[in-house]
Design a binder for this molecule. Structure first.
Ligand code: GDP
Length: 335
């Protein structure tokens, strides 16, 4: 017997479900906004419009670190801490596909098992083959949906590879960097200038035989931060943590709460959010513009002609680019 197509929820039921904190409908709403189907586009936009007035009340925390540093274990512990304080937590994991194997980096294993069983927690991996820009847009929208669903804390987890940590930094209020002592992570972190992005650094697995190495790493990062923030009053703390013994989890929590209280008071919190919203609009517009250009056959034809002219050196790339833009302008004026 032919299987009946699964009934897709209506816009109204999705919006109501999200606003009522229904986890299944929230998951379906995220699937909708992640959809690449052109006929889902209008519904996705309408859904975001409906939830938008109910967003912005959560605290957005970014957590990054290389594979194996202990992200999911750490988020389990921090998540439990948040739940114990009678707050709701959503974890959105960005899983950039491995540049080498093309496979998932975060892995297929069930992550954050205890957390995922709690009704006040919502876990959503967002694996994607998209460019990072595309991932960032959809993650931001998923974040809005989770906020509208009443989650007090949104944790955005990312693997510290490529550019993903920069994208995440741009969408959160607090950015936490996880570092493994004595793993070569230390040097890599410095090289990438990632220390400058962090609002706090947590040295992970500071337990058992690792404690001494963890302390050394703590001193090293504290020194690196001191160099970056010479003369500043509030420098990012470097905290020893262990998800196994529970050491440092509360300290991380306090560091987050303190930073938020301080930046809310100074106005820096709202300024950063406003700047992020404006950047979001402009990123989205740039992405739309980029895809708009190539929908015109005439522009694509002009492009291949100009490509052969620049490769045969009969035209400079600068002139060719101007002509291509003119070809695009002719098309949009005519449409
Ligand atoms: P992720 O890839 O960054 O998400 O790392 P996981 O959370 O999956 O942890 C990688 C490995 O480190 C697992 O085998 C964990 O059991 C172990 N691990 C995580 N946190 C700790 C910790 O605080 N102490 C110790 N000793 N091991 C840990």
């Amino acid at each position: 017997m032919k299987q009946q197509a699964r009934q897709r929820p209506t816009l109204e039921s999705l919006a109501d479900g999200v606003l009522n904190g229904d986890r299944i409908l929230l998951a379906q709403a995220i699937t909708l906004i992640e959809s690449h189907r052109p006929d889902d586009e209008a519904t996705a936009i309408a859904l975001l419009e409906k939830v938008m007035p109910h967003t912005g009340n959560s605290l957005r925390i970014g957590i990054t670190g290389t594979p194996g540093v202990g992200k999911s274990t750490f988020i389990e512990s921090l998540g439990q801490f948040i739940l114990k304080n009678n707050k709701k937590v959503a974890v959105l994991s960005i899983d950039p596909t491995s540049p080498v194997g093309g496979g998932s980096i975060l892995g297929d294993k069930t992550r954050m098992e205890t957390l995922s069983k709690n009704r006040n927690a919502f876990i959503r991996p967002t694996a994607s083959l998209d460019s990072l820009g595309g991932v960032a847009q959809r993650t931001r929208e998923s974040m809005l949906l989770a906020e509208a669903a009443g989650y007090d804390f949104i944790i955005i987890e990312t693997v510290g590879v490529g550019q993903s940590e920069y994208s995440v930094k741009e969408m959160v209020d607090f950015f936490l960097l996880l570092m493994l002592p004595g793993s070569g992570d230390d040097l890599q972190g410095m090289k990438k200038g990632i220390v400058e992005l962090a609002d706090a650094i947590a040295i992970t697995k500071a337990d058992g035989d690792n404690v001494n190495r963890a302390r050394q790493a703590q001193a090293m990062y504290a020194q690196a931060i001191h160099t970056v923030y010479t003369g500043a009053t509030n420098t990012p703390p470097v905290i020893l943590t262990s998800a196994v013994s529970g050491v440092g989890i509360e300290e991380v929590w306090t560091a987050i709460s303190d930073a938020v209280a301080r930046t809310k008071l100074s106005g820096a919190f709202d300024q950063q959010r406003n700047r992020q919203y404006v950047a979001w609009l402009n990123d989205q517009f740039a992405a739309l513009l980029k895809s708009d250009v190539w929908q015109y056959d005439q522009v694509r034809t002009a492009q291949s002609l100009l490509e052969s002219e620049v490769t045969s050196k009969t035209k400079s790339p600068r002139k060719a680019a101007n002509e291509l833009l003119a070809a695009y302008h002719r098309q949009i004026k005519g449409s």
